[in-house]
Design a protein around this ligand. Sequence first.
Ligand code: 6PG
Length: 237
Amino acid sequence: MAISDLDFPVGVVARSHSDSAQLAQALAENVAAALRDAIDSHGHATLVVSGGRSPIAFFKALSQQTLPWAKVLVSLADERWVPVSHDDSNEALVRRHLLQGPAAEAQLLGLYHSAGSLEEAAKLTEQALADLPSIDVLILGMGTDGHTASLFPNSPNLDEAMDRDGSRRCLPMLAPSVPHQRLTLTLPVLKAARLQILSIEGQRKLEVLAQAMQQPDQRNMPISAFIEAPLEIYWCP
Ligand SMILES: O=C(O)[C@H](O)[C@@H](O)[C@H](O)[C@H](O)COP(=O)(O)O
């Protein structure tokens, strides 16, 4: 199967790349151009990225792009509720692979807060996200269960997190894999991004995407809520 075999809704643009390295470089160049446009347009740019393993090559390629990085605010679509010193921290991943070289000048708004409970941490993050401008560029990944960010099927709070009219910007979620406790931006915040990009690799994830497009209830596979205009999908075999 190739991504060109899928019948996406109008306004969803699918871009196929030969391999991970070529996808990462093309994505980095296109995101850099979008960040420059945002800065030209309103003096600053807000980039929200996802964690996991797939984005590392993209982060490294983007960090080397030339742009006024001091005018860029980087934040996260989700976070594992672990200290930023922890190996599983998405903030640590972004600091290690993206905020390097020219991109070291960017600002970072992390989601992690220490607190007595995940719910209390989410409330602190909610307050901190009052400083998050509207998102210019959003980079999403996808798990093979159809989750994106930390919008996990069957997680408590998923209904509220996927409520397009919801008022919360951040909610506590539970993942099926360790670390289970997560913080996620909610659907209305993510869907308000000007440029929404889903970056996935491999046949298995292409099959998951095809399956997600058939879901009568978007909560079964939350990525399905994003497979609509405006979305750009980057894929390689
Ligand atoms: O915190 C996370 O893990 C991510 O935000 C998550 O949503 C990720 O995008 C998917 O799980 C895909 O992860 P991989 O790229 O590692 O497959």
